[in-house]
Design a protein around this ligand. Structure first.
Ligand code: GLA
Length: 369
């Protein structure tokens, strides 16, 4: 595109893996994700008019053109709605040329959409000198996804993408967005975290995620509490006759998962990987049986990893597809990958993809190149 000028600012933001604490960010729980090395870049330039042009480095021939006057929450569109949602949430009043260069695998449950939002929100914050803190930017990116794109996601993905630090997992208290870095150095203990992408495309825009969230909110309303964070297991058990069987199961997952995250932080701090692994396995069982967001491929990946020596394994992210993780001795990773490949082939599933990633830094402003 010959009239595509050099950017005024470049920002990048990573995807994430959640070690533990799934589907509890919107219940004011604790979560323990880390940022992965794969990042999405946003190259942004101010325009003199009110036009917005967006293109992707992966498809430079496909130009999306609109205007600030046509921003339309819950309107039609594709991935560019995440970009437009951020422009809308920040109430930007200048036209823009934006080029996205995405390297976070799409549909793999690694938060490519949060990486996209966070790269754009950080670039715009810099370009227009908005002065928002990282926490405020996370809330604005979440607002873009909730109110513009129409996905009722929690705050985990945007927070970790903006706040993470290399070498650490991020303990995030989703009640007040307080954070604590928890050193996460598997290599020093001879371990590795394998990411297994089932290649089953998950999309949070589908209804399953929203339904689960509604069940949790219904329990909160019926029991007249502030959030599931305020519910103990014994209080939940005594309130069984006030809620449906399904609501009980959803809340049971949330209450037990919040407790598991805190135990996982202790285990990680003590380098007690056996306990961490057990907590990951319990988390998977809870997501599979109580929360019912796993799927055959995720269960196959987790079960095969465990039967081939993983210390812990679980599905991650929204569920219904996407990725699982397995924690294992570095020496066992290749054998585990082979076993998962064979198990997928004999079940007639698509071939899985494998990744690993060290915990990386959150979003940053990049040098202009
Ligand atoms: C998605 C959402 C997050 C979180 C996870 C499940 O990634 O975007 O807010 O709810 O699912 O833990």
């Amino acid at each position: 595109m010959s009239d595509w000028l050099a950017p005024d600012v470049i920002a990048s933001a990573p995807g994430r893996v959640n070690l533990i604490g799934e589907h509890i960010d919107f219940s004011q729980g604790f979560v323990l994700p880390f940022a992965i090395e794969d990042r999405t870049f946003a190259r942004v330039r101010k325009r003199e008019d009110r036009e917005i042009r967006i293109r992707s480095a992966q498809r430079p021939d496909h130009l999306i053109t609109t205007s600030l006057d046509h921003l339309n929450p819950r309107g039609d569109g594709d991935w560019e709605r995440y970009v437009l949602g951020v422009i809308w949430a920040l109430n930007i009043q200048s036209g823009l040329d934006i080029e996205i260069d995405g390297h976070v695998p799409l549909g793999a449950g690694l938060s490519s959409s949060a990486a996209l939002e966070c790269a754009v929100v950080l670039a715009l914050n810099e370009l227009f000198e908005c002065g928002y803190s990282r926490k405020e930017l996370a809330l604005l990116a979440q607002k873009a996804e909730n109110d513009y794109v129409g996905v009722p996601c929690g705050i985990m993905d945007q927070s970790v993408s903006l706040i993470a630090k290399s070498g650490s997992a991020l303990l995030l208290d989703c009640r007040d967005l307080d954070t604590r870095l928890v050193p996460f150095d598997l290599a020093a203990s001879g371990l590795q975290l394998l990411i297994i992408d089932t290649q089953v495309q998950h999309a949070l825009v589908d209804g399953g995620y929203a339904q689960r969230r509604q069940s949790c909110e219904s329990v909160v309303a019926k029991l007249e509490i502030a959030s599931l964070r305020d519910l103990s297991l014994s209080a939940l058990d005594s309130a069984q006759d006030q809620i449906t069987v399904e609501e009980y199961k959803r809340a049971h997952h949330a209450v037990t998962e919040i407790a598991r995250v805190l135990k996982a932080v202790d285990a990680l701090t003590a380098k007690d990987f056996t306990t961490l692994g057990q907590l990951m396995i319990s988390s998977h069982h809870s997501l599979r049986d109580d929360y019912e967001v796993s799927c055959l491929e995720l269960n196959c990946a987790v079960d095969t990893a465990i039967s081939h020596g993983a210390i812990g394994a679980r599905m991650i992210g929204g569920g219904f597809g996407g990725s699982a993780i397995a924690l294992a001795d570095q020496a066992k990773i290749t054998e585990m990958e082979d076993a998962i490949r064979v198990a997928f082939a004999s079940a007639g599933f698509h071939a899985p993809r494998f990744f690993t990633s060290l915990p990386s830094d959150g979003a940053r402003i990049e040098p202009l190149t």
